[in-house]
Design a protein around this ligand. Structure first.
Ligand SMILES: *[C@@H]1O[C@H](CO)[C@@H](O)[C@H](O)[C@H]1NC(C)=O
Ligand SMILES: *[C@@H]1O[C@H](CO)[C@@H](O)[C@H](O)[C@H]1NC(C)=O
Length: 467
């Protein structure tokens, strides 16, 4: 008691000597005449589940002067959520593999860093914050990677109607499409957010009447996002209603649907359903497929389904969907199944998060899919989630961390916080080899949870690849 009183007195005298300046926060959402009046009617108050405290300054981790040809950027959360979230830059070259290069902080903490994506010209990387809204913070964080070895924080922003940033795709004009899985209070519908080349949000799709009725009619919680620029198509997949992963929760509400969109019009063509799918986490067009086919992952079923957007169903409607491959007992209800494919469209990889397993399929013949991994083998991974085939097509980079909401939510998947750099063999099979361990290196800043990765490959200086 006495000590506390003393401390308070000391604090008061300090405050007296150095008066605390007025705290002035700009309105989180600027007033827009006509629109703001409308928003009061449709947007319920935003919950603040965590105090929006600023991050604590962290001891600087010295940067290195390495300039590898292959660079890995990992979008990483401060594990104890007191320090700023950050982008960690690493070498992926063989001779300096896993060596740390640089750390770039964002101005806030507790965002639950989620997916990461590069712009078409490789000068910008954007990372989304899954749970930024719980601290009423910005949701998308932009990094300038003009100097690929010294990324700098450029800016951040938030949408007006939607939040919970997920998948990211670069637009040819320099901007981005980003799925925002929920509304600004984490309910359905979310939106497909679009930015211009300066990364200002220019739209939250859909906007036309028919598509708006579609997303109000059935859960729209877009997580997966894939775009076929030549075929003028977008596919989004609905995963979970985000607010239902937070307490108090009567159980997670999973979605069973995908939306097929007209890219040019940004309008929804139709809803496709995987009956009892239980969270369609991811969707990806198969590179080079002549019918613009795409694969989607159904988390409850542990299955991969295939969409043929130009085939017509028995009612004459555009778009069909059918089972492609059942990943088996171990794959059911594994919370998350994310995917990536090789650029030749031959091999597909899937992380089964709570099964601690990465599955590999040879899909060169879609009528005769072959499994390349043994589902019964114990693999050296805990909680694998985000994955990317490296630009050279020789490796699979997997981050071993999905989501840990802690006490405020009901999703806490075990993880070992490693980045796996798995060799892809000629037949597409996986050979677990090198890893980057995030557990000890970031001890001085409360630990680290790497969620996702972007890779730059400068092996051919004429044709750098940003992926
Ligand atoms: C995996 O184990 C299950 C149960 O022991 C068995 O039925 C199945 O055949 C095994 N699969 C493979 C590919 O070995
Ligand atoms: C692991 O990768 C290194 C570098 O490519 C390679 O030299 C080594 O043979 C690989 N190890 C195994 C066990 O495959």
């Amino acid at each position: 008691m006495a000590r506390a009183a003393l401390a308070l007195a000391a604090l008061a005298s300090v405050a007296f000597a150095n008066p605390v300046p007025d705290l002035s926060l700009p309105p989180l959402i600027p007033y827009i005449s006509g629109i703001s009046e409308l928003l009061y009617q449709v947007v319920p108050p935003t919950p603040i589940l965590q105090a929006p405290l600023p991050p604590i300054p962290a001891a600087k981790i010295p940067s290195s002067n390495l300039k590898p040809k292959k660079v890995g950027y990992f979008w990483t959360g401060s594990a104890d959520q007191r320090y700023a979230d950050f982008l960690a830059t690493y070498s992926l070259d063989d001779d300096t593999f896993g060596e740390f290069i640089h750390l770039t902080e964002v101005p806030s903490s507790g965002n639950s860093p989620h997916h990461l994506g590069p712009s078409l010209d490789g000068k910008t990387i954007v990372g989304g914050g899954l749970l930024s809204l719980l601290k009423t913070q910005d949701t998308a964080f932009y990094f300038d990677t003009t100097d690929p070895y010294r990324p700098t924080f450029k800016k951040s922003n938030r949408a007006v109607l939607s939040s919970i940033a997920d998948e990211i795709r670069a637009k040819p004009d320099g901007g981005f499409f980003i799925t925002y899985m929920g509304s600004t209070v984490g309910t359905s519908p979310g939106r497909l957010v679009e930015t211009d080349k300066d990364f200002n949000i220019i739209a939250e799709h859909p906007q036309d009447l028919a598509s708006t009725i579609n997303i109000l009619g059935e859960t729209f919680a877009p997580h997966g996002l894939s775009i076929d620029w030549d075929a003028n198509l977008i596919l989004t997949s609905d995963f979970v209603v985000p607010v239902t992963i937070l307490k108090p929760s009567a159980g997670i509400i999973h979605a069973n649907t995908l939306r097929l969109w007209n890219l040019e019009k940004r309008s929804i063509i139709r809803t496709l359903t995987i009956p009892n799918g239980g969270g369609i986490q991811d969707v990806k067009f198969i590179p080079g497929n002549k019918e613009s086919a795409a694969i989607a992952t159904a988390v409850h079923l542990g299955q991969v389904w295939i969409i043929y957007p130009f085939r017509t169903d028995k009612d004459g409607k555009q778009g069909t969907i059918e089972l492609l491959y059942d990943l088996g007992e171990k794959a059911r209800d594994t919370i998350a199944i994310y995917s990536d494919l090789t650029q030749d469209g031959r091999f597909a990889y899937f992380t089964l998060t709570t099964a601690n397993h990465i599955a590999a399929l040879d899909i060169s013949d879609l009528d005769n899919v072959k499994r390349l991994d043994d589902p019964n083998v114990t693999q050296p991974t805990i909680g694998p989630h985000y994955l990317k085939v490296s630009p050279d097509q020789k490796h699979l980079v997997v981050t071993d961390y999905f989501v840990q909401t802690g006490e405020i939510g009901i999703i806490n998947t075990p993880a070992d916080f490693k980045a796996l750099y798995i060799d892809i063999e000629d037949n597409g099979a996986l050979n677990f080899n090198r890893t980057i361990d995030f557990t000890d290196f970031y001890k001085t800043r409360g630990g680290a949870k790497p969620h996702s990765v972007v890779i730059y490959d400068f092996t051919d200086p004429e044709k750098p690849i940003y992926y």
